[in-house]
Write a protein that binds this ligand. Structure first.
Ligand code: SF4
Length: 413
């Protein structure tokens, strides 16, 4: 008699047998997966940011201790669901997790090891802000097993850094990359933002060329998004700041693609580039539909705990989270969610969306209304359909959001 422990008791074979994807759900319980840990503190709040984070205030340990205790407790609470699953990746994000002391990270890793198995092949990424790392700290992080640094560079222009509300300058960022290299990190990602107020195409070209000279293994280039309620959004709405025209932002995207590829980076996701075999394993696994557990305030999780998978979202509220770190419930996905998630994640990848594994995992296929729209996308040069693989062309990638709305992914009846 097979049963799988779940947050809502046991999932019975009867419940499983109502779906065609049963075999894959059971085998998924032994598949490796990812762990995301959210640290909700930053030195300051950047002007464009709407992540769940708060400024560092007051006595440091008093602010951090309740969070660290809650994290430990949340990890232990997942033991019954995920005991002994092998971690393929750990991503320490935030916020600014590089504000953690090495001794605090060591305790977090000890807590992880009580729940998961994890070896040297695991990708362990730490998000770093340039004003929070020195050589001693970098060496300590490396010796703890962290093997990938993801740095929030955001701009290689001092005026732009001030406009974005970043605390660091270019010299600090360069120093941060240098100490990471000296400490032995051979896998570094640099995040940049384009489409910023006052930014020009020629200025962006100069920044990208300098970025390549820094020789990162991975680069993420995101267009500035005006999130509701941020100082940046308010300034743009009031006309105090002006974004580049839409056509210029599109040219910036195309220029980035061209320069990164000329510089030896492979374009593997709508906004991400990597040297060969240096893709972000954590993100790539998630985009390919893999499971991940998110711990910490505001963290999201996805698990194949029932046939169509379940999601969980921790509260974006530190006191609420620390008072009940394991309270967030898992919610089963509906068939429509499964279809939307699959296309949203699959089409953003240059490898595209693969229909066969999707069907084998979930026992679902797309509605006639969705499938009938594919030929028009092909005729317009936005989509290639190869066997069972749907791949957006470079022109299609530029319209990813609009294409997803147009396809309106729905399951067949
Ligand atoms: S450092 Fe990152 S998470 Fe923190 S406020 Fe700035 S953008 Fe947000």
């Amino acid at each position: 008699m097979v049963s799988i422990a779940s947050h809502c008791g046991e999932i019975s074979p009867e419940r499983l047998s109502t779906h065609k994807g049963t075999t894959n759900i059971l085998s998924a319980q032994t598949q490796p997966f990812g762990l995301y840990i959210h640290t909700p503190f930053c030195l300051q709040r950047c002007h464009y940011c709407d992540f769940f984070t708060m400024p560092r205030v007051g006595e440091r340990d008093e602010q951090f201790r309740p969070f660290l205790d809650a994290l430990d407790s949340e990890l232990q609470s997942q033991l019954s669901l995920f005991a002994s699953r092998t971690l393929r990746s750990i991503f320490l994000g935030g916020g600014t997790p590089s504000l953690l002391k090495p001794s605090e990270l060591e305790k977090i890793f000890e807590a992880i090891q009580k729940v998961f198995s994890w070896d040297d092949t695991c990708e362990v990424t730490l998000e770093v802000n340039p004003d929070t790392l020195d050589l001693d700290k970098a060496r300590a992080f490396r010796s703890l097993g962290i093997n990938r640094i993801s740095m929030g560079l955001q701009a290689l222009d001092e005026d732009a850094l001030r406009l974005l509300g970043r605390e660091h300058n270019i010299e600090q960022a360069r120093y941060c990359v240098d100490v990471a290299r000296e400490a032995g990190f051979d896998n570094i990602n640099l995040d940049m933002i384009y489409g910023r107020p006052k930014q020009t195409l020629s200025g962006w070209e100069r920044e990208l060329q300098e970025l390549l000279e820094w020789e990162p293994e991975h680069v993420s280039l995101y267009e500035l998004i005006l999130e509701p309620g941020t100082p940046m959004t308010r300034a743009v709405r009031k006309g105090e700041l002006v974004l580049p025209e839409e056509e210029t932002r599109l040219e910036m995207y195309r220029l980035a693609r061209e320069l990164m590829c000329e510089g030896g980076m492979q374009w593997y996701e709508v906004s991400n580039y990597a040297k060969p075999n240096r893709e972000s394993r954590h993100n790539l696994d998630n985009w390919r539909g893999g499971e991940y557990l998110g711990v910490g305030p505001g963290a999201h999780s996805f698990g194949l705990l029932s046939p169509w998978g379940e999601r969980r979202a921790n509260p974006r509220n530190l006191p609420l989270y620390t008072s009940q770190p394991d309270a967030a419930p898992w919610h089963p996905r509906e068939a429509e969610d499964v279809c939307k998630d699959a296309l949203l994640n699959g089409l953003r990848l240059r490898e595209g969306f693969q229909h066969k594994p999707f069907h084998e995992t979930y026992g679902l296929t797309f509605s006639t209304q969705t499938l009938e729209k594919l030929p028009s996308l092909q005729e317009s040069g936005y989509l290639d359909v190869e066997e069972e693989r749907w791949v957006l062309t470079p022109r299609g990638m530029e319209l990813l959001d609009a294409i997803l709305v147009y396809l309106d992914p729905q399951p067949a009846d």
